[in-house]
Write a protein that binds this ligand. Structure first.
Ligand code: ADP
Ligand code: GLC
Length: 483
């Protein structure tokens, strides 16, 4: 199949979270299965044109935004397995410090930026001569694409029989803008109704995708159920329930090419489940690097996270005084809400022997934490999939997670019958504390712990299975357009 994969962030070019990891790995996995895959994404300031040898195409984009043509260019790159990358270049919109905002504030013109990008996807098809069987859209930034395809671009010969798939990576981000954004998008005001793009008086980019895409997916089975409930549906549960037969949960995979201690160049020493000497080296290295006492015996708990309410780090903060009295060490890496960052820093100031915190974004340290940690914390309020718990498993850092979304689908409580981690149900400091008590108790039992680490490291969450599942969804969406 010819697959056009549209995403606002793609590893290794740009990243704020797991969407980038998925957009880096899934297209490659699909290409390895023999598909023709083109990934289209904005050319941000952080995209390193020289390092990836990106070439400017001798074409000029002209995209109508607010009814006026906005000009731009296209850069092209090649990846593994023959994946083509197209970068939509419009410096006014994308050559900025952040992807979606700076200093915790969204850019005021995000509606315009991603209206431009969504339309540029279609203009690029014409310019590069691509007639996709499927356009795969991801999150709100690409939500307008299925609506634009339906109402404006369908008549173009190259898009006549193109099917669309919309993946929800996080329903908490919907791309909500004022009503006038309908003009920016260039869609008819008739569509500004609750059964179309309107969401309580606002224009919703995500809703545009959820209504008009041929098929919908989200990133775990459990999350596919959760988003159909009022508690976790962010107001979209009714719509998602109506489309339940078109919605499928497909668990994300892991790119073991980047996330495996066997060959990870970003960590202090390589190791495998059969020989864990290197993990000890990584632990000492992490303790020293973070200024914690370098003690191989004391359990070390790691956490790499966006610091937002979603991630439940406040539950740790609430329980911190008790948790920091336990015999263990903590390492946090994250960025996000100022309050959470500040609270973590204060804990680190008060308990320098117990907890070390680094704020900001640091890929090397993220790898070092997975490699050095014995346990890995993810107390999320909701978690569509979560990649870090799967990375942690491969590095032998046993996850302690809340039983939601993809965390519930990937982690099974340790018991006499097996299991690969420690789960708790309620979003409460108390429940989190109890799960940790169980984890630390198990850690003291050397044999059980060794078995647990060996099992965790041997689990396979690669993209093999999920890429085949996407293939089936694509086939169904394409069939709707080619009856
Ligand atoms: P989400 O996409 O909701 O943030 P995921 O678990 O799916 O959660 O993916 C998060 C990704 O972002 C992982 O690759 C993780 O290592 C990375 N990440 C998050 N915060 C940081 C940070 N401060 N520094 C480096 N990597 C980070
Ligand atoms: C989102 C979710 C996360 C998921 C990622 C990739 O950012 O919060 O759970 O793993 O997307 O799908």
């Amino acid at each position: 199949m010819r697959i056009l994969f549209a995403s606002s962030e793609v590893v290794p070019f740009s990243k704020t979270g797991g969407l980038a990891d998925v957009s880096g790995a899934l297209p490659t996995a699909l290409a390895k299965r023999g598909h023709e895959v083109v990934v289209i994404t904005p050319r941000y300031h952080q995209v390193d044109v020289a390092a990836y040898d990106l070439r400017r195409k001798r074409t000029r984009l002209s995209v109508p935004v607010k009814g006026k043509p906005i000009h731009g260019g296209i850069l092209e790159g090649r990846g593994e397995a023959g994946v083509t990358y197209l970068f939509v270049d419009q410096p006014g919109y994308f050559d900025r410090d952040g992807l979606y905002g700076t200093d915790g504030k969204d850019f005021a013109d995000n509606d315009e930026r991603f209206a431009f990008f969504s339309r540029a996807v279609f203009e690029s098809c014409r310019l590069v001569g691509m007639s996709p069987d499927i356009i795969h859209c991801n999150d709100w930034q690409t939500g307008p694409i299925p609506a634009l395809l339906q109402f404006e671009y369908r008549d173009r010969p190259e898009l006549n029989s193109t099917g669309s798939v919309m993946t929800i990576h996080n329903l908490g981000f919907q791309g909500l803008f004022p009503p006038e954004t309908m003009i920016t998008l260039g869609l008819d005001w008739n569509l500004f109704t609750p059964s179309n793009l309107e969401y309580y008086g606002q224009t919703s980019y995500l809703k545009a995708g959820l209504i008009f895409a041929d098929k919908l997916t989200t990133v775990s089975k459990k999350y596919a159920q959760e988003i159909q409930t009022p508690a976790m549906g962010f107001g979209m549960n009714g719509l998602l329930e109506e489309r339940a037969t078109d919605l499928r949960g497909i668990l994300n995979g892991v790119d073991y090419g980047s996330w495996d201690p066997k060959h990870d160049k970003l960590i202090a020493a390589r190791y495998t489940a059969q020989n864990l000497t290197g993990k000890g080296v990584c632990k000492t290295h992490l303790q020293q690097h973070m200024g914690l006492p370098a003690n191989p015996e004391i359990p070390l708990i790691g956490c790499v996270s966006r610091l937002t309410t979603q991630k439940g780090i406040d539950l740790f903060i609430k329980a911190a005084e008790r948790l920091l009295s336990l015999r263990c060490q903590w390492v946090f890496l994250g960025s996000g809400d100022q309050d959470i960052e500040e609270a973590l820093r204060q804990l680190a100031d008060r308990h320098p022997q117990k907890i070390a915190v680094q704020t900001g974004y640091d890929d090397d340290l993220a790898h070092a934490i997975h490699a050095g940690a014995d346990l890995y914390l993810m107390p999320s309020r909701y978690e569509p999939c979560g990649l870090n718990q799967m990375y942690a498993l491969r590095y032998g850092a046993i996850p302690v997670v809340r039983a939601v979304g993809g965390l519930d689908d990937t982690i099974e409580n340790v018991s006499a019958d097996g299991g690969n981690g420690f789960k708790f149900q309620e979003a409460s400091a108390e429940d989190l504390g109890k799960a940790l008590d169980r984890a630390l108790k198990t850690f003291t039992d050397r044999d059980t712990w060794a078995e647990l680490v060996e099992y965790a490291m041997s689990q396979d969450f690669s993209w093999d299975r999920p890429s085949r599942q996407y293939e089936i969804v694509y086939q169904k969406a394409a069939a709707l357009r080619n009856p």
